[in-house]
Design a protein around this ligand. Sequence first.
Ligand code: HEM
Length: 124
Amino acid sequence: MNEFSSAAFRFGHSLLRPHFVRADPNYQPIEPPVKLRDHFFNSDIVLRPGMVDELIRGLVTTPMETLDQFITEEVTNHLFEDKKIPFSGFDLAAINIQRGETVRVGQYWLNFMVNTALQRIRSE
Ligand code: HEM
């Protein structure tokens, strides 16, 4: 079960959009949208008058990002980036893979494959 939460539950990282759309009361987009990289550890933007409403309207009118093998650059090159230091952003996909190593997801996968193969051999 630990392996499942360590790997499968991170599927959400593929669903991230690079920015939050803001929408006006007629649900039309307001420029500029809110880029993820500009607001890691910096949520002050929600204190701006009307911003929470704009963000909620944006959220309810924006479709989910496709679940695929791609993860937005906002979190693969600019995660927790310090704007003053070039290339200081983390890579979420790399961190996820390293975490997989730490909690031995590979070992789980290997056991699964061996057990499946053994079951097949025994049933033949
Ligand atoms: C802007 C949005 C997000 C950011 C910046 C983010 C970032 C991170 C980071 C830095 C970690 C720790 C790295 C690691 O252990 O591999 C993490 C872990 C995780 N993330 Fe996200 N994440 C986001 C959204 C999501 C979403 C939408 C989901 C699922 C729907 C998700 C599911 C998880 C899970 C299950 C973990 C492991 C938690 C644990 O070990 O207890 N994340 N995320």
